[in-house]
Ligand binder design. Structure first.
Ligand SMILES: [Zn+2]
Ligand SMILES: [Zn+2]
Length: 140
């Protein structure tokens, strides 16, 4: 492979990574890899789902995005790196941020109570979103 080829390949790789990062940062819906794939394809029709997954793992390892895992369901991705809580709808799977005005539990307090050195903490609320509540109300 000649030098030009290598440079081109590097450029393509970083363009793909930037696009994926942009897609994630442009939304608050905590998208899945499939959702990111559909969006990214509009700008780069040749991008593959495998490329999406590879870059999502890289971006996560670099600390540029958060991977959210909820039980057995597929991972979702979050471009907001601040500590914040999520609430997930048990019916449709939607995930939204709990507004930052809700205070976070203090890691320091947990350290004092348990003797652990806390690395991170996550808290997930589950329930029914307003849309599903409305829909279920109409069925009854
Ligand atoms: Zn819902
Ligand atoms: Zn979030």
């Amino acid at each position: 492979m000649n030098l030009n080829h290598q440079v081109e390949k590097k450029l393509k790789t970083s363009r793909q990574r930037n696009l994926i990062l942009c897609v994630i940062r442009s939304t608050h819906c905590h998208p899945t890899a499939d959702w990111i794939f559909e969006r990214a394809r509009k700008d780069m029709p040749n991008i593959s789902l495998g490329t999406i997954y590879r870059n999502l793992n890289l971006l996560r390892d670099e600390g540029k995005i958060q991977e959210l895992r909820f039980g057995n369901s597929v991972s979702r991705y979050d471009g907001d790196l601040r500590s914040h809580y999520h609430v997930r709808c048990m019916e449709c799977g939607e995930v939204v941020d709990v507004p930052h005005i809700v205070p976070l539990v203090s890691s320091q307090q947990v350290e004092e109570l348990t003797g652990y050195r806390i690395h991170k903490h996550r808290l997930e609320f589950t329930g029914l979103c307003p849309d599903c509540l409305k829909r279920l109300d109409n069925i009854e």
